[in-house]
Design a protein around this ligand. Sequence first.
Ligand code: HEM
Length: 486
Amino acid sequence: KKNVTLPNWPIIGMLPSVLHNLSKIHDYATLVLKHHGGTFQFKGPWFTNLATVIFTSDPMNVHHIISKNFSNYGKGSDFHEIFEVLGLGIFNLDSNEWKQERALFHSLLKNKNIEIFYQQNIQKKLENCLLPFLDHASKEVKGLDLQDVIERFTFDITCIFLFGFDPNSLPYKYNELSDIAYVKAVSVLEDLLLYRHYMPKCIWKLQKWLHIGQEKKGTVAKENLHEFLNKCISYYKGDEEKRILERNEDADESHYCLVKELMKERLGKGETNEMYIRDTALNLLAAGNGTISSGLNWFFWLVSTHPIVEAKIIQEIKVNCLTKEDNLITNFSVKELDKLVYLHGAICEALRLYPPVPFEHKCAVNSDILPSGDHVSLNTKLIYSLYAMGRMEQIWGDDCLEFRPERWISDRGQIIHVPSYKFIAFNAGPRSCLGKDITFLQMKMVAAAVLWKFRIQVVEGHIVTPKVSVILRIEGFTVNLSKRCT
Ligand code: HEM
């Protein structure tokens, strides 16, 4: 309580309190927002882009900003500068450009064939890679960095989905693990993007120009990632030409990938170019890699520290999947996954408490008044905290800090639907996530397959905390694995 009032110093404003609490910034923002009734005006250093920022976690304000008065709140020029690495991709667009891109992605990502293709690839990768890897690690390794393993897995899956190409960043055996610059580059860039939120623009721009500090690391990471993506695109193009030359129409049909579909759609409009494809791939990699791995890691941590929940998940799998042969819980159909209601509730609960995207950033096009009565001036920056919203008594009740999958399940054993402006992990309104269905598909398949085979134990004394980043990764997640006898 002592820390929740932020002194407003001359010239530097409230920035010192933010810097002082940086290592636990999401929890700190939650406390400050609770203390101020859900909405708070942050005063940053004078004459900088942080001079006034409105923070909110009030669901009515959020509903207003992202749905009811959607047209008044764009990403804004600050967002474009901070997130310049996203280039021409959907996350960085506003107005008509965004509308066109959204329609295109909607048709691609909501296609039923995608789900089948995605499911098959996850199954293959689980059977051929993740489960054998964990099996080997459970016998040979004490203190496994589970987050790194899951992140490599989701990275490979996303690349297969995008390019039809598996970079195999997760090897078959633990002793074949090596550092891979382009996988690391994603999290380096995510850290940089958070840095640019609390550091005044003039300072980070100067650092970028001088090529020093966080900005230097970010430039190197961006180059690594671009190099990797350009290679993937060349691979994809070469492969595609080979297939056309060989006139192997059957193989061509079975070879689904998102970049191919995107190019087909765009070709008709004569708009496709290398930079657009690269930026789009980068946006989708950002959308689908860190988010899912973050969600899975927090889920595994929560389940491993809640043995009753763990037992219920195992029991549910047993009841619904007893017919599976050879004890391999990987070949779920979408229909079968739908039966795992408790698992679904546990995943929602993990995403509620640890939303992979912990905050969102908007800018007012015109002045406005929020439902809370707060005045918003033209060009004011607004940040709504998805993390704080997942921890509000007002939405989730007095036990809001408890991990309780049951809160998602009705008396009739069905999933309770919570409006998206309250369960905000996938955002809400016209800019809501287009990857929600495939996210649940991947998370459920991986969660069921891994928990069925292995017991996860966090190494004793290891403290799990969120990383200071735009994606809510864990600051180190070291575990011991043992085989489960089922
Ligand atoms: C746990 C997993 C995921 C979470 C928590 C998540 C969360 C979000 C959030 C918060 C947004 C809003 C971003 C914004 O306002 O700019 C968003 C948008 C989006 N997501 Fe996801 N996402 C996840 C997985 C995915 C996946 C797997 C894909 C597909 C590859 C995907 C595709 C998209 C797209 C295309 C948008 C842009 C919507 C727009 O700007 O109109 N997401 N997601």
